[in-house]
Structures are given as C-alpha cells and as structure tokens.
Design a protein around this ligand. Sequence first.
Ligand code: NAD
Length: 456
Amino acid sequence: MTTPIISSITEPSAGCPDDRQLGAFDDVAEATLAAQTAFEAYLDCTLAQRRIFIEAIRDEATREENLHHMAVEAVAETRMGNADHKVLKNKYAATLTPGVEDLLMEAFQSDAGMTTMEYAPYGVIGAITPTTNPTETIISNAISMLAAGNSVVFSPHPRARHLSVWLVDRLNRALIASGAPENLITIVRKPSMEATAQLMAAPQIQMLVATGGPQIVNMVLSSGKKAIGAGSGNPPVVVDETADIPKAARDIVNGASFDNNLPCTAEKEVVAVSSVVPELVDRMVEEGAQVVSDPEILEKLRELLMSPDRQHPRPSWVGQDAGAILQAVGVTPDPGTRLIITVTTPDDPLVQVEMLMPVLPIVATGDAGAAIDLAIELEHGHHHTAIMHSRDVSRLETMARRSRTTIFVKNGPSYSGIGIEGEGFATFTIAGPTGEGLTSARSFARRRRCVLNASM
Ligand code: NAD
C-alpha cells in the first residue's frame, strides 16, 4: 500500500515548507514537546502504517545522492573516517536494521484462555549519538525506535551536528510524505553538555539511549530512567597456529582499516601465537599494512597519537588515514598503505587504549591458551567484541565462552559481526553495558502481557 494514510498532513505545501529544517529545534524543551505530540498521534497509527513509515526512512537514506552526501559530509564535518566505507555503513544501517517484523509476539493458550506477550512503545526516547557513526546511528536508531512505536529526540555529537540536522530533516520530509505525523524524529540543533542534561531530565523522555564513550554511558545509567548504554570496546583478534594465515591477514587488515578503524567493533589489537607472527606480518603487508619497527618512530607515534598521560587517543588523530599518520612522524607511506602495524608488548599503551585509528599493534604469545587469556585481559571487561582466527573448534568455543563479548566473530573481519559481509541484522548501537546486545526494535519496547480470559 503506498497511499498516504494521514491525509491532513501529507499535503507538501502544508507539512513541508522548504525553508524549515524539519524536526530541528534550538530548545531541548521544544524538541521533546514536539516529539511527545508526535508520539501521541503515532499511538493511533496501525502496524501497517508503521511499516510504510519505516520503508520511507529506508528509501530516503538509500537514495544515491543522500548516501553520497552523508559519506562526504561526515568526513568533512567530523574530520575523520573514509567516505567510501561510510557509504557502505549507511547503506547497511538503512537496509539491514530490522523493522516492525522484529516485534515477534509470544502466545500461550489453555482452557483458562489465551495470553499474548506483546511489545509496547516506551514513548519518547532521548538518543545520544557518536561522531564515529553519526548518520548510521541516527538511521539505525530511527528505524528500530519508530518500528517499536516510539518517537525520538536525537542529541548529536557537536562535531556532527550540521549533518545530523540535515539527515533528520530529510527523514522527516520522507516520513510526512508517507503519511506519518510530523516530528516523529526531532533533534537538538546545538548540542551541549547542558542540553544533554536537560534532555535526560525532560519529563517527556521515557527512555535514554547513549551510543558513545564511558562518560555519556555512565551519565544515562545514573539518570534514574530506563537507559540503554552502548559503550566503548577494545576488540582483540586472536590468531593461532591452526588458522588460515593469508585469510586471517586479509580479514584483519580489511576490518582494522575499515572507516579508518572508527567502528567500536573494529580490531584494535592482534594477539597471535609467536610461531605465526612472521608469516602473519608478511601477509598483512601484502594486504596493505605498513610495519613500523624502529623504537624511535614508535615513540613518536605514541607522542603524536596519544594524550600526554597515554590514557586516551588525541581526538584530532582519531579516524585519520594511515598515510597521514606516517607522514606526521616522518615516514613515507608505501603506495596503498591503509593500516600501520607494529609488533610490541602487551603493556604498550597502543595495545591497552581504544585508539580508533588505523594503527594495529601485534602481541606474540607462547600458545593459543595464553593468547586467549591475554586477549580477554586486553578487552578490559567491556564485553563488547572479540575476533578469533582458528580452525580449532574447541579453542573457538573456549574464547567465545570465556570472553562473554556481545559479538564474537570467528574467521572473519570484525564488520561481519554487524551484518556487513556476514549473516545477521545490522545495528550501530551495541549495548554491552546494559546487556541488550545488538539492539533492534524489540530493545526499545516494553513487554506487555495481554490476557484474554476463557470465561468471557
Ligand atoms: P563520545 O563519548 O565523545 O560522544 C558520544 C556522544 O555523547 C556525543 O553525542 C557527545 O556529545 C555526548 N557526550 C559525551 N560526553 C558528554 C558529556 N559529558 N555531557 C554531555 N554529552 C556528552 O564518543 P564519540 O567519540 O562520539 O564516539 C566514540 C566512542 O563511542 C568510542 O568509545 C566507541 O567505542 C563508542 N561507540 C560505541 C558504540 C556501541 O554501539 N557500543 C557505537 C559507536 C561508538
């Protein structure tokens, strides 16, 4: 069915004046009130209507010119990442995030009657989005949250606000044209710490979702409201002596260089059995990695890329090209270099810290058991993502069980864990701290027991 459903707001002249940025508000209170009004209208829409609205989001986000605009502008505004990879990420967010079909109902029947376990919306969700996947998170969250019957107020990262406001406008126009209430998606035009605090305290906000680093995740978790926290990781990749080394090298270079290592799921350090390290390094070089082994250059890299206390990456170097990083420390990049690798020790801050840049340290261990132990230690208990290359099923099972990560990729690049060249749905909000895991529509819905008594 393609005919508009709420005809009174589908007239382009009435609903979509071209000089407005639809859904964008200077004031947090106005953004939440508008989303609340939209939610109340949305409550009267049917599931069939929701499906149409979700399709409108998918169609709008996957228009070629919009995919191109989002990719190029994200790199320009955030000053990080790789535009070609961002096209893919946005496409997967729009096409592989589940919609209404994710809300699978359970039913119980007996002589006493029938009970169904259904999904009900929370209401208005406040969603805080990161710089690293600015548009991907808005697209994926909007699909999931609207599919579950909610409206949403986005608070983007200040370094991605222009593009985020543009996207929310595009999505609102597409939604309205498909018959949806205005302002199902709103956004705070100028995000700030005060605006985020106001959003969290707004009485209309029934659920908070933070996709970002530990600070914002802890903030929403201490808000006193229902909160979903999708936080940082430090994904290790283990390679043992049974692995297909050429394939492991290719997958690791592809995964760790994807969008210049911005995804929270991307390989952040390799832990390999020492006997395979020389071949692994050679093969990674064939795939586009460049080795840095001079201790002086390595120290320059740490100085350039890390905070003085070596606890954090320097924001200005997050998501930069490998070639630019090498040039900044006086090394000429080889043609086609997309990843910097170095063999180092586990205590190297480049190993310990989530760097979010195409610099991948490799640590050697005596055997596979030691590699698994060290990898789990380096993941720092985030329970986020781990990867392993091995043909030994029992070792794969051991690492999966012991790491307790939300995503565990076996013999593939890290991005196959979020549906890119891997089976399964996509999401850009991976909720390790609060346990929802890979979020989808049902993560943003409350459970409702509906009981029909047989004696009626
Ligand atoms: P960030 O924590 O700096 O920012 C995330 C969001 O929180 C932004 O909108 C920012 O404005 C807001 N924010 C942060 N601190 C705040 C404060 N004190 N007050 C108010 N608002 C605040 O993270 P980032 O650099 O944008 O993204 C990278 C981080 O996010 C990495 O640690 C990465 O692992 C993580 N991440 C996790 C997931 C996931 O699904 N688990 C997905 C993407 C990114």
